[in-house]
Design a protein around this ligand. Structure first.
Ligand code: NFS
Length: 655
């Protein structure tokens, strides 16, 4: 578990590295359901069988438990072993995570198609160049055809990919050729997401696939259908509809809420409706309505990945990451929280009941007791957005006490892989060559994707911040998405000045020359596909091997909690990138399957999983892995790891 901030005897344990959260906890003491941290404390100790992946409840002969040291728990009722059970559970997590990303992607594809046909008012093609790029990758004829016709074909093809019965899905062709050959040889080129998720569910049900290696191959195929399919389509089509992100200034933390304005918090993952809410909230007639209710205007902010989506394209401020959702409501300043899908805790409706906040769900897939449901209608998105903004305005006069912590920080976001291309190479010679050159000459030691969630099992943000500070101090350029990016943003690491303050000499030189932060915010969780594309672009630029596995690059999710994170981890491993997870890991009690994930996959995939709860050791492992790749490429120049001494650590803890 991550280190705590310095504790004084008798004082409660800090739950967050974020002062805004710690300030709000006093206001949360009387909440009937408590906060996420209270509920975790009540659930502790948690069942170790479950924690270690050793509980099988896939049939009614169970539930069965496993413990290699006790004869009684050696086999399940059907004779199944711990390794098979852990593998089945892991593959089901991948399938669930894939389903979540990809159902989001399908929603985007359907709206995209409706927009292309002119049937979705308010949506339009904003990035024509990207549309043409996708059209080419999907094998759609461009010639002198009308943009509208091309868009209709792209939309139709994208929707069909989700249900495609035969592989491989077309965007797989974007990967390095060597990687494609590995997938072919292993027989894991994915078909459509729907088919892969169904097959994963089938193979993990009672009495079917009983070979952990065979199971993880299907898990890989499913995850690849997510990374190079569902998630990638979500990102790409969102970019075409709403614009490909470019560097943009934003702000983060609870201090972005405004006392005198109607505060609308957008929470969840899909940007389709939020994009329209951004438009409607600026509408003078809406602002006038807010003023008529005694507010000075309308303030929009986000939580979780929807926040990242509207930050990346509009600079809409972020109120916080996953663990902020309850404390944000406890400020008493949130007039409406709009929730679409994923990562929305059931507790928010209960917490909202103690304040005046209206929770509005907008997706038929995700309803909640205690919330108002206003269904998002893609054919009249502006109409839905108006209804929602009006409901928030109506609620403004119902506010009681308001307490907004005065804590916020600036950040720069908007680093799509296209932007990195332009920034590093210049508009007229856009290329990854300068990045590759700086990796080869050692100014940049390597690349790390630090992504994923928050979990109450780790002091909020502490592992992200410690890990990322150590990585950049050692000249590793960090790419981020999701709640991880928000954690580091709160710490000021997503600002160009962080390079001089925290980065090693080589990385700082590059960042200062280009004017970028040492930590690049690439978007939401589905945008991890941007990291796949960036890694592929680096391979294709040349000089660093011919596959993702050759790159001095590694991924990490030090505070993960969602099944989606497991799907992402597996598609990175299957794409050749090693990943390390923190907090906890659901296979630790199954030695055979753990060995397969942590060592065995090297042979077939060229990459493995790892688990390390201490962020400092995690940093060391990541740097060692990067150095090993540099040595294999023959570009290792002696470079000592900057060891954090006690004084530096204290400074780190002081934030
Ligand atoms: Ni992704 Fe994690 Fe959720 Fe986004 Fe945050 S918790 S796996 S980062 S908001 S999906």
């Amino acid at each position: 578990m991550a280190e705590n901030k310095e504790e004084k005897p008798g004082e409660p344990k800090a739950v967050s590295a974020d002062p805004a959260v710690n300030e709000m906890l006093c206001d949360c003491k009387e909440l009937p359901a408590g906060t996420v941290w209270d509920r975790l404390a009540k659930q502790t100790p948690q069942c170790t069988f479950g924690l270690d992946g050793l509980c099988c409840r896939h049939c009614a002969m169970g539930p069965c438990r496993f413990d290699a040291k006790r004869d009684k728990f050696k086999y399940g009722v059907c004779g199944v072993t711990a390794d098979t059970v852990a593998a089945r559970h892991f593959v089901r997590m991948i399938a669930a995570g894939t389903a979540a990303h990809s159902d989001h992607g399908r929603g985007v594809a359907e709206t995209f198609l409706a927009a292309a046909k002119g049937e979705a008012k308010g949506f339009e093609i904003k990035d024509e160049q990207k549309l043409l790029q996708i059209a080419m990758d999907l094998g759609i004829e461009i010639g002198s055809r009308d943009t509208k016709d091309i868009a209709i074909d792209v939309g139709t093809c994208a929707v069909a990919i989700f249900g495609s019965q035969h592989g491989p899905i077309p965007l797989l062709k974007r990967a390095p050729l060597k990687r494609q050959a590995i997938w072919k040889e292993l027989g894991i080129e994915p078909r459509g997401v729907d088919r892969e998720v169904v097959e994963s569910m089938h193979r993990t049900t009672m009495g079917v696939d009983q070979d952990p290696l065979n199971l993880i191959m299907q898990g890989s195929r499913t995850a690849l259908a997510d990374g190079w399919g569902g998630s990638m389509l979500a990102t790409e089509l969102q970019d075409v509809l709403f614009g490909t992100p470019q560097p943009i200034l934003g702000r983060v933390n609870l201090g972005v809420l405004e006392k005198d304005k109607v505060n609308i918090l957008i929470h969840g993952h899909e940007p389709l409706l939020s994009e329209m809410i951004v438009v409607v909230a600026q509408d003078p007639s809406m602002v006038a309505k807010a003023k008529a209710k005694g507010a000075q205007g309308i303030n929009l902010a986000g939580i979780c990945c929807t926040a990242n989506e509207i930050l990346m394209r509009h600079g809409v401020p972020i109120a916080g990451n996953f663990l902020h959702q309850e404390v944000a409501i406890a400020t008493g300043a949130v007039d409406a929280m709009i929730a679409d899908v994923q990562c929305v805790m059931e507790a928010v409706a209960r917490t909202a009941g103690c304040f005046h906040t209206k929770i509005i769900t907008t997706n038929y897939r995700a309803k909640m007791n205690g919330a108002v449901h206003i269904q998002f209608d893609e054919h009249d998105a502006i109409g839905t957005a108006r209804q929602i903004v009006e409901a928030a305005i109506e609620n403004f006069p119902n506010r009681k006490q308001v307490h907004i912590p005065n804590v916020q920080c600036d950040l720069i976001a908007g680093f799509s892989h296209e932007t990195i291309n332009y920034l590093l190479g210049g508009l007229f010679r856009a290329a990854y060559k300068p990045l590759n050159d700086n990796i080869i000459n050692g100014r940049i030691r390597g690349l790390a994707g630090v992504v994923g969630c928050n979990t109450p099992k780790v002091v909020q943000d502490s592992a992200h911040i410690k890990l990322v500070k150590e990585l950049i101090a050692n000249d590793v350029l960090v790419l981020q998405t999701g709640c991880a990016a928000q954690a580091c943003a709160k710490e000021g690491l997503l600002l160009p000045e962080a390079a001089a303050k925290h980065a090693g000499k080589g990385l700082a030189e590059v960042c200062e020359a280009v004017g970028i932060p040492p930590v690049l915010h690439m978007g939401s969780c589905v945008d991890n596909s941007r990291i796949l594309m960036a890694a592929t672009a680096v391979v294709k630029e040349g000089g660093l091997g011919d596959d993702i596995t050759d790159l001095p690059a590694i991924g990490a999710a030090p505070e993960w909690m969602s099944e989606k994170a497991i799907a992402i981890g597996q598609y990175f491993v299957a794409s050749g990138a090693r990943v390390i997870f923190g907090a906890t890991f659901p296979v630790l009690g199954a030695p055979g399957f753990k060995d397969l994930l942590f060592k065995g996959l090297e042979k077939t995939m060229g990459a493995v999983w790892d688990f390390e709860p201490d962020p400092s050791i995690m940093a060391r492992k990541m740097i060692e892995a990067i150095d090993k790749k540099r040595a294999a490429l023959g570009i290792d120049k002696s470079k000592e790891r900057v060891l954090y001494d006690m004084a530096m650590r204290r400074e780190l803890d002081a934030g």
